[in-house]
Design a protein around this ligand. Structure first.
Ligand code: COA
Length: 333
């Protein structure tokens, strides 16, 4: 082994979700829907709601602290913080800076990354590259969302889907190769940007009476089109990254997909010629938590699927942009 070779591993992981639940039955009192429709079309039974007093910096801090505890790393040992989110606490400053302060980290580089539901995997890749090329030994990568702030509870086609939560990973640099994050396939197609948008609140359409009255601060989506592109994009990214690393899908211990829709997850299993039970699913409990979805699922999968050191695991996501990403890792903890 080349003594200069380094790997970036996930040394610890943690998650945090709000206590408050919003069930399908609750939603059926707000919009014209029912548990049977939501369950069969999406797999979702309930989601967590942060409410007005719980902010993303607190959700992210709690998940990050659990990841630090599980890694046995102190906040002062963190050299870099990346927060994947599309529901940043404020437009500025970055949520990562607020979390840095709350955790008691040093004045280390901290920034937010917006690749929507692919954000956590984008952040893993950015973190890995910065660590391999720089002086960073330990990094925090956090996926956190409060999507309910952007959810239109008058639109039954979207309000059934989204929930709040956070997940975090501690990345560490270690000697040797072939450990931890093996590689990542990232992609984006801005041509499909109109398929998922929050039209107002950015610099093009700042808040005004008109934008509020037109409900333009809420997420809008063409669900049917997103569904098709999502299946294609995720299946292709997964196949590409597995081929690149010479791993047959049948060798995977587990696939942890973005939790957007159970039918999308099943379609990916089919395209990889795997049975549905190889896919980790917790969408029934949390709905779609965007950038938080994969780290929350990974945190639960490591226990429920009994991950062992060296197990090959595939993470795969897609989201607004449209963006997609697939990462292959060897479990390290
Ligand atoms: N309850 C009851 N009926 C509903 C409903 C709800 N919550 N939402 C939509 N419907 C109705 C529609 O109005 C439509 O009725 P119509 O045929 O009379 O017009 C019918 O159900 C079918 O709608 P459609 O949009 O074709 O349903 P679908 O099977 O595509 O499911 C989604 C809708 C949103 C669940 C699905 O398209 C999806 O999950 N897409 C991917 C979205 C996604 O993952 N986005 C996140 C990206 S990170």
């Amino acid at each position: 082994m080349n003594s200069n070779t380094k790997s970036i591993v996930i040394r610890g992981i943690g998650s945090s979700v709000p206590q408050q639940k919003l069930t399908n039955k609750d939603l059926s009192k707000i919009v014209d829907t029912d548990d049977e429709w939501i369950t069969t079309r999406t797999g979702i039974k309930e989601r967590r709601i942060a409410g007005k007093d719980l902010q993303v910096s607190e959700l992210g801090r709690a998940a990050a602290q659990k990841a630090l505890d599980s890694a046995g790393v102190k906040a002062e040992e963190i050299d870099l913080i990346i927060v994947a989110t599309l529901s940043s606490e404020m437009i500025s400053p970055a949520t990562s800076c607020i979390i840095q302060e709350k955790l008691g980290c040093r004045a280390v580089p901290s920034f937010d990354l917006n690749a929507a539901c692919s954000g956590f995997l984008y952040s893993l890749e950015v973190g890995k590259s910065m660590m391999l090329n720089g002086e960073y030994e330990n990094a925090l990568v956090i996926g956190v969302e409060k999507l309910t702030s952007y959810t239109d509870y008058e639109d039954r086609t979207t309000c059934i889907l989204f929930g709040d939560g956070a997940g975090a990973a501690v990345l560490s640099k270690t000697d040797g190769e072939g450990l931890g994050i093996l590689g990542c396939k990232l992609g984006a197609d801005g041509g499909n940007a109109p398929l998922i948008q929050i039209p107002a609140g950015g610099s093009a359409r700042p808040a005004s009476i008109e934008t509020v009255e037109a409900r333009e601060h809420y997420l809008r989506m063409n669900g049917r089109e997103v569904f098709k592109v999502a299946v294609r994009g995720m299946a292709q990214a997964a196949t590409d990254i597995l081929e690149k690393h010479g791993i047959d899908p049948s060798e995977l211990k587990c696939i942890v997909p973005h939790q957007a829709n159970i039918r999308i997850i099943e379609a990916i299993a089919k395209s990889l010629q795997l049975s549905d039970d190889r896919m980790f699913v917790n969408i029934q409990k949390y709905g779609n938590t965007s950038a938080a979805s994969i780290p929350i699922a990974l945190d639960e999968a490591k226990i429920e699927r009994n991950f062992k050191k060296g197990d090959p695991i595939l993470l795969v996501a897609f989201g607004a942009g449209l963006t997609w990403a697939a990462s292959v890792i060897r479990w390290y903890e």
